[in-house]
Design a protein. Sequence first.
Length: 81
Amino acid sequence: MAAFDERYLFGHRTLRPSAQAFQSNVVTHNERRYRFTETWFAADPRLALGGPTLGGPAGRTSMSLALTPGYLERIELPAWC
């Protein structure tokens, strides 16, 4: 579905290099290359990097697992008192 191709999984978004400091990026160690990507994204937003979308393979896999009967009930989270 095209609409899901544009919706990121919770906690993910499109990478916007100009919106964050180079030191906090997780894409590259090369600052020149990192800044150059801003030019790419401005020229064609379809080139932008980002997290997985609901329409991508990771999104479909996540949703399939979440909808599997009993799957979510088996997840154990630590409880701190």
